[in-house]
Ligand binder design. Structure first.
Ligand SMILES: CC(C)(COP(=O)(O)OP(=O)(O)OC[C@H]1O[C@@H](n2cnc3c(N)ncnc32)[C@H](O)[C@@H]1OP(=O)(O)O)[C@@H](O)C(=O)NCCC(=O)NCCS
Length: 330
């Protein structure tokens, strides 16, 4: 989930909505410490040997201490690794492993490490049901991801959004991410924050013929993830939303199909998404688009919206989806 990057002196993030840097910080909205593991010179660590593992352990200890001093309930860290098998007994679990797929960085993966306080976890029987439902969806035959655009709509890239576009996206967020009349989001969708997310992302939208934005998805590139001094192009597809009366027509999947054919995404080293496990439509849409399940991040962030599976927390569990390879677009 895309989360912001304004930092105060206590290593706390004020959520603005953009994906932010790699620094390990406390994210108050989501009650968690998050970041990427770095070397002492602040370059991104690529875990290859025992020496790298010592550095990882130092960073984990620092993150756990920050979590404790901030009264947080989760630590979520990412590390680039050639050898994830080295990671043992750090106090964090490996929650997912996403390979870099462009071929430029053969054998290197993004490893998700996590720890949750018990108080944060959903009821175990709900989680078990959610995993069963996920397996059911991902065992279905995929429907073609390069979808035809439903009649009555147009799909376009949102470039240089007008103030009206930003307002319509905010309305869309409010409808899609509310539950029982409460907006629950991993950041506060102010005009400024949403404009920043849109400007920093590769964003595709569906408009109905009146021009109104009714569906969207956006992919934002993670900043400052580097290997050998070069920026790695890691994108997170996020902010998937469709107004309720336009759902079930394939609009999100049409936006996703266009997004995945965008030249920046086609050239990316990795494109992943973190999708709500308790909301079957997003699981179906990701599966149809060719994404595969690389892990589960339990009770990861604050997120609302309809759910068709039982869940007792507003801080929900997400599925790590990533594209194992790119479909060529004509
Ligand atoms: C998730 C969301 C964006 C999907 O938008 P959409 O435009 O309706 O999606 P699409 O029509 O492209 O695809 C939805 C898929 O789920 C299926 N679906 C819809 N409702 C379903 C349900 N209750 N149970 C099972 N499948 C369902 C659809 O049939 C379709 O799959 P198919 O093409 O194999 O038939 C929309 O439901 C939404 O805004 N949800 C709230 C916000 C949210 O949770 N976003 C995701 C955050 S990770």
């Amino acid at each position: 989930m895309i989360v912001g990057n304004v930092i105060n002196s206590n290593r706390q993030i004020e959520n603005t909505g953009s994906v932010g840097g790699v620094e390990i910080l406390y994210d108050n909205t989501n009650q968690r410490v998050k970041g990427w593991i770095r070397n002492t010179d602040l370059s991104t660590l690529v875990l290859r040997d025992e020496h790298d593992l010592r550095r990882l352990e130092e960073e984990v200890l620092d993150a756990m201490a920050l979590c404790s001093s901030s009264n947080g309930t989760r630590v979520t860290l990412r590390v680039l690794a050639e050898n994830p098998g080295l990671i043992q007994n750090t106090g964090l679990s490996i929650e997912g492993i996403v390979p870099l797929t462009s071929g430029r960085y053969q054998g290197i993966s993004i490893v998700y490490l996590g720890w949750n306080d018990e108080s944060r976890l959903s009821r175990q029987e709900y989680f078990a049901e959610q995993q069963t439902a996920l397996n059911r969806v991902t065992s279905l035959e995929r429907r073609n991801s390069l979808r035809e655009v439903p009649a009555g709509y147009s799909i376009e890239e949102l470039v240089s959004p007008t103030p009206q576009d930003v307002s319509q996206v905010i309305d869309l967020m409010h409808e899609a991410y509310s539950r029982d009349g409460r907006l629950l989001m991993w950041y506060t969708p102010t005009h400024k924050a949403v404009r920043k997310v849109l400007n920093d992302s590769v964003c595709y939208i569906a408009r109905e013929y009146s021009g109104k934005i009714v569906s969207m998805t956006a992919a934002e590139r993670a900043e400052n993830v580097m290997i050998g001094g070069k920026n790695v192009a890691v994108y997170e597809a996020s902010d998937g939303a469709t107004l309720r009366e336009h759902r079930g027509k394939g609009l999100l999947q049409s936006c996703l199909a266009r997004l995945l054919c965008d030249p920046r995404i086609q050239k990316a080293d990795s494109i992943y998404a973190e999708a709500r496990i308790a909301h079957t439509p997003i699981l179906r849409a990701m599966h149809n688009a060719g994404f595969q399940n690389y892990g589960v991040i339990r009770n990861h962030c604050l997120i609302g919206g309809d759910r068709d599976l039982l869940e007792d927390q507003d801080i929900e569990t997400l599925v790590i989806f990533a594209l194992p390879r790119y479909e060529k677009c004509s």
